[in-house]
Design a protein around this ligand. Structure first.
Ligand code: NAD
Length: 306
């Protein structure tokens, strides 16, 4: 068997088209959705993520503002910036790029964002709204996973879902979302015993643990839907061959960039036994930014509701 690929690039493009259309509509009514991204320090990965988000905003017609702050910024200084953004009518979404430098009190910063502008969905109010199935903001990666499953008409009701990972940004909210769609959900984590056996019960298996190809064939029930959220790097030809064989494009990418990406799922073993599989890259990743754009649009639409 060779798994059907769940193509995140195509689904993200479709969602982005809809977002751009609704954004044009709103802008014509005098409200252009605006996203502010606060970037503290010079972490290269964070810089790349923020630049990608800003670029997508501009491409879809949203207003984007990046606020770079020095590494030594204090919690109070950051809170002052957020208070200003909370007040601004042209900013509908605020994101503070994580991780923050160690001197900053991250939970206090998240709590300072107006929950109605918290497009990352990390504020305790939005976590509570999600748990209670109320309108709020759903964290972008789990929302993206749901969008992908919905696009491919993958039934959740009555099916067994196993989520590997319980982080507050991926595993936990995703478990709630699956539960709200009437799946029977099991959440696994680093202390779970017999991980492979539990995973093997899943009709829908989601891996969000950050461990290279930990999910091997023995984790996967034949025909299961496998969603790979993990993003890990392979940096040597031996590693690349171990997981991808003599795949020329992977080896060429390693040569060019010094790494190639791999998820938490063993790509070849999963392709052999899963019914559906998200690739890495090109699976969940593109959906994450698409959902951030969607959340910012929703924030703007809600802000001008009578
Ligand atoms: P995290 O480190 O916050 O959480 C990892 C979770 O996995 C924890 O709950 C931990 O208990 C569990 N875990 C760790 N080792 C385990 C093991 N051996 N067995 C079982 N459970 C184990 O990570 P996160 O922020 O949730 O991210 C998870 C992965 O998803 C990372 O690779 C990250 O890069 C990726 N990610 C991707 C996107 C995307 O857009 N595609 C977005 C966010 C995170």
């Amino acid at each position: 068997m060779s798994a059907q690929i769940l193509d995140g690039v195509t689904v993200a493009a479709k969602l982005n088209e809809e977002t751009a259309e609704r954004c044009r509509h709103l802008t014509a009514r005098g409200v252009r959705p605006g996203l502010a991204a606060v970037l503290v320090g010079d972490n290269p990965a964070s810089r790349t993520y923020v630049a990608a988000k800003a670029k997508t905003c501009t491409r879809l017609g949203l207003y984007s503002e990046v606020i770079p702050l020095p590494t030594e910024t204090t919690t109070d200084e950051l809170l002052t910036r957020i208070a200003t953004l909370n007040q601004r009518a042209d900013i509908h979404g605020i994101l503070v790029q994580m991780p923050l430098p160690p001197q900053i009190d991250t939970p206090t910063v998240i709590r300072a964002i107006d929950p109605d502008k918290d497009v990352d969905g990390f504020h305790p109010v939005n976590v509570g709204r999600l748990a209670l199935k109320q309108e709020g903001f759903i964290p972008c990666t789990p929302a993206g996973v749901l969008a992908l499953l919905e696009h491919y008409d993958i039934r959740l009701r009555g099916r067994r879902a196993v989520v590997l990972g319980r982080s507050t940004i991926v595993g936990l909210p995703l478990a709630l979302l699956l539960l709200h769609r009437d799946a029977t959900v099991t959440v696994c984590h680093s202390r779970t015993s017999d991980l492979a056996a539990v995973a093997h019960t899943a009709d829908i298996l989601v891996a969000a643990i950050g461990r290279t190809a930990l999910v091997t064939g023995e984790f996967i029930r034949p025909g299961a839907v496998v969603v790979d959220v993990g993003i890990n790097r392979l940096t040597t030809p031996d590693e690349v061959r171990r997981y991808f064989g003599d795949n020329p494009s992977r080896l060429a990418e390693l040569d060019k960039k010094g790494y190639t990406l791999i998820g938490d799922v063993h790509p070849r073993q999963a392709a052999d036994c899963a019914g559906y599989l998200t690739p890495v890259p090109g699976g969940v990743g593109p959906l994450t930014i698409a959902m951030l754009m969607r959340n910012t649009l929703l924030a703007a639409e809600r802000a001008c509701r009578p």
